[in-house]
Design a protein around this ligand. Structure first.
Ligand code: MGD
Ligand code: MGD
Ligand code: SF4
Ligand code: MO
Length: 747
């Protein structure tokens, strides 16, 4: 580098924001532009090889400057979905949206506005703050099928959520259950799992597919999808009947051991073998391994959160497994998290400002047992004994199917407006066709987005958001632990892009919420969040991490115990009983459907994509990567299908097309990729970027009537399906490059 160039180049700390790890980076900035990026060895994940080995890290600059990025506010000029827009100013966009919202609220009440969010792409408390102050209980999230079951279960069993991150150095046995960190993590945790395995300690992977994670294991159990709760009860049966549990810990700290023993008495290994398809001996072996280790851990994932009624059940069984073996709050075992020492999300989202009469309008509350404001408040009264409060946002989020139906049918009241932020519901929420009809019926649809997509093309206004490197980031684990990490933007947002915070604040100011938006800039609010820790946002950014060392056996502190009604770990849950749900873990068998003899898993993750994100990026394009449906060799033979063939997967709710891949997995199971659409194809109606071609969610439903009443839980896994050769169809391409799976070219 020449001397002149050195003067001009400035190095700045920043973070990658292309997944929720927020890896620490250093940006080399020349003339206000990022000339290059490198991993920062001083900050998470403290290992430059991990960041360099991440495909998405290398896509950051393409992501920042991609020609398709949204750079200016857009207003629809043609028919909804015609993809014809005019560029307008921010002032005009915000004034018009706020005026429309106020008009709709005057006519239909605050509940007429819904919001839709997705995974942790952005900071969501500003959205909730706006929505609560506006007076609506209608946020559609992904909580129910991503974390909520375990957050609810651990809170009502142990008095607060457990950390899912595992202390791999000190654990003596690791169960990875319904998760595939080889594809979904691919960062520090996956590296630690591999290092753990090299020590020779046992690794059990419970997954119908022999994933890369399962290939690392010395024990791979492949249950029938949806039978995990039965497996959990079977493991408990062995541990209790062989007296492998920790007698002292159970006597001192567990409530309802006799009732649990009674419940699991029927779940003999032989019976569980029939229910799960796993041999009885292997169930016994894993139970002994887990209970016999000095400290053992269970890491669980979305495979268990997306099973309808069985999601709560399996998490209840897992909580009981941890409790009876005393694998709680000890090194190498599950840790009861602390509450945040910084300004907690619950104090930022202002749920207490949502008036009781508006809470009462929560859809489906008469049927739901948990996932209501009433249950949330009852839980909070317990956790407050330990001075902790969970954010309400995901424990009360609306059941999506009821929201889409209220848009279409105005029943029980009309929902006329939707603001989508950090989500692509047409692709990632269940029942894409229903969602499509619902979005088309609205008076106002606004998308806060980085790239045009199948949802945003249906909007009235599209607002351009700042993304990775352009905005500061702070991840607070959804407010359930005393951990925070993040860092500053490398550069100011390009073009007219803005942070999500700015949009919610500006809308708030226009909707009479002035007194509740004291911070002018996003950074000011971040400063307020970290101030209780004793430093400023700028000082926080130096290490970018607040993670005090774990405290163990906190229940032993004078008079503390667990924050439950009994003060002990509730194997038998007084809380569930109070709300009319089964107080003990159980198992709900799946009904067989003759016309759909196979079982669908809709959404095993794959690198380098993240749900529907990143399909624009050339840096991430992999030769031959296409949306696939995977089956075992024997299932392929039975269905007379071969590798690479175009296949149609059908469920009672719809069909989608994939390329067939033969994989090592349970017979009779089909796993399809999720998140697929084709940004290079026609985005206007009716094609919508191929939103109905290879979209796993045309195969799913969140129908409330058949959802589990505890959380309103629907299924993405364990769905009835069939598979057959696809009719070859003509691709519908807007560009030269044909990419849909029907096309023979590779993606
Ligand atoms: N069939 C099936 N469906 C599933 C799942 C499954 O396993 N199977 N998994 C579910 C799970 S666990 C999840 S978390 C969801 C994920 O679903 P979503 O969270 O909806 O994920 P994406 O489809 O990637 O959409 C995220 C959108 O946010 C935009 N975005 C990124 N950063 C920002 C930002 O800073 N601000 C704003 N405003 N927008 C931003 C991206 O451009 C992208 O369009 O999908 C769920 N759906
Ligand atoms: N590359 C990539 N990484 C991601 C994402 C992404 O879209 N792409 N999404 C992010 C998000 S939103 C999340 S929530 C996490 C999820 O992280 P993970 O939970 O690790 O993700 P999945 O790949 O869905 O893993 C679930 C596993 O459960 C298995 N499974 C399915 N049904 C069952 C069942 O009935 N029983 C059992 N025991 N197993 C079952 C599936 O075969 C699959 O291997 O990943 C995050 N990371
Ligand atoms: S995409 Fe890769 S580099 Fe970026 S935060 Fe995630 S793991 Fe880190
Ligand atoms: Mo998720």
């Amino acid at each position: 580098m020449s001397g002149a160039e050195q003067v001009k180049t400035q190095q700045k700390q920043t973070n990658c924001r292309l997944c929720s790890y927020l890896c620490g980076l250093k940006a080399n900035i020349t003339k206000g532009r990022i000339a290059g990026l490198e991993p920062d060895p001083e900050r998470y994940p403290y290992d430059t090889a991990i960041v360099s080995g991440c495909h998405r890290f290398h896509a950051n600059l393409e992501f920042l400057e991609h020609p398709e990025r949204l750079n200016h506010p857009l207003k629809r000029v043609g028919e909804r979905g015609s993809n014809r827009w005019e560029r307008i100013s921010w002032e005009q966009a915000l004034d018009e949206i706020a005026a429309k919202l106020l008009d709709l609220r005057a006519r239909f009440g605050g509940e007429t506005l819904a919001t839709a969010i997705g995974g942790p792409h952005t900071t969501f408390w500003p959205l909730h703050r706006f929505l609560n102050l506006f007076g609506s209980p209608n946020n559609v999230g992904i909580g129910q099928i991503c974390w909520n079951p375990s957050i609810w279960v651990n809170s009502l069993t142990f008095g607060w959520p457990l950390e899912n991150e595992v202390d791999l150095e000190r654990t003596g046995c690791l169960l990875v259950w319904g998760a595939n960190p080889a594809e979904s993590d691919n960062s520090l945790f996956w590296k630690q799992v591999r290092a753990y395995r090299q020590t020779g300690k046992p690794l059990v992977v419970i997954d119908p597919r022999r994933t890369r994670t399962a290939r690392l294991a010395d024990h791979w159990l492949a249950p029938r999808p949806g039978s995990d709760a039965a497996l959990g009860l079977g493991l408990l049966h062995v541990i209790i009947s062989e007296r492998l549990y920790d007698k002292h810990f159970v006597a001192d700290w567990c409530h309802g051991f006799a009732e649990l023993s009674c419940r699991v008495a029927d779940y003999t290994p032989e019976r569980v073998a029939v229910l799960t398809g796993i041999e009885a001996d292997r169930i016994i072996e894993v139970a002994r391994l887990y209970a016999g280790a000095p400290a053992a851990s269970i890491f669980h994932g979305r495979g268990l959160d997306q099973l309808g009624a069985n999601s709560m059940e399996v998490h209840r069984a897992i909580a009981c497994l941890k409790a009876v073996t005393a694998n709680i709050d000890r090194p190498g075992a599950a840790l009861v998290s602390e509450g945040p020492a910084y300004l907690a999300e619950i104090d930022l989202e202002l749920t207490e400002k949502l008036p009781p009469e508006q809470r009462a309008k929560q859809l489906g509350r008469e049927r739901l047992q948990l996932q209501t404001y009433e249950s949330y408040e009852a839980l909070t009264r317990l956790t407050e004994r330990h001075g902790k409060r969970l954010p309400a946002r995901y424990l009360t989020s609306a059941q999506p199917n009821l929201v889409w139906r209220a848009m279409l049918e105005a029943d029980p009241y009309p929902i006329r407006a939707l603001i989508v932020s950090g989500a692509n519901p047409l692709i990632s929420q269940a029942d894409s066709r229903l969602i499509h009809a619902a979005l088309k019926s609205l008076d106002l649809l606004v998308a806060l987005e980085l790239f045009p997509n199948s949802t945003s093309v249906l909007a009235d206004y599209v607002l351009p958001m700042a993304g990775s490197l352009e905005r500061p980031v702070l991840q607070t684990n959804a407010g359930d632990a005393d951990i925070a990490y993040g860092g500053p933007a490398a550069i100011a947002p390009l073009f007219e892009r803005r942070c999500d915070f700015d949009v919610w604040r500006e809308l708030g100011l226009r909707c009479g919420q002035e007194e509740h938006w004291p911070w002018e800039r996003f950074e000011d609010s971040l400063n307020a969040i970290v101030t209780p820790l004793g430093y400023s946002w700028e000082e926080f950014c130096i290490s970018g991490l607040h993670a005090p060392p774990p405290q163990y056996e906190k229940h032993l502190d004078e008079g503390r115990g667990f924050a439950t009604a009994s003060g002990r770990i509730e194997l038998y849950s007084c809380f569930l009983e109070r709300f009319g749900a089964d107080p003990l873990p159980g198992h709900t068998p799946t009904d067989a459907a003759d016309a759909f003899p196979l079982t669908l898993i809709s959404g095993g993750r794959k690198q380098p994509y993240w749900a529907s994100s990143f399909h624009y990026l050339q840096t991430l394009k992999r030769p031959n990567q296409r949306p696939t449906a995977e089956v075992s060799l024997s299932t392929a033979r039975q269905c007379k299908l071969h590798e690479g063939q175009e296949v149609e997967v059908a469920t009672p709710w719809g069909t989608a097309l994939f390329s067939l891949r033969i994989a090592e997995m349970r017979d009779g199971v089909v796993n399809v990729d999720y998140g697929w659409w084709f940004p290079r194809e026609e985005l206007a109606e009716p094609h919508l970027g191929g939103a109905f071609v290879a979209n796993a969610n045309t195969l799913t439903t969140a129908d409330f009537a058949s959802a589990d009443p505890v959380l309103g839980q629907w299924k993405y896994n364990n769905l009835p399906c069939r598979i057959c050769p696809a009719e070859i169809q003509e691709p519908q391409c807007a560009s030269e490059e044909p990419v849909a799976p029907q096309a023979k070219e590779n993606h």
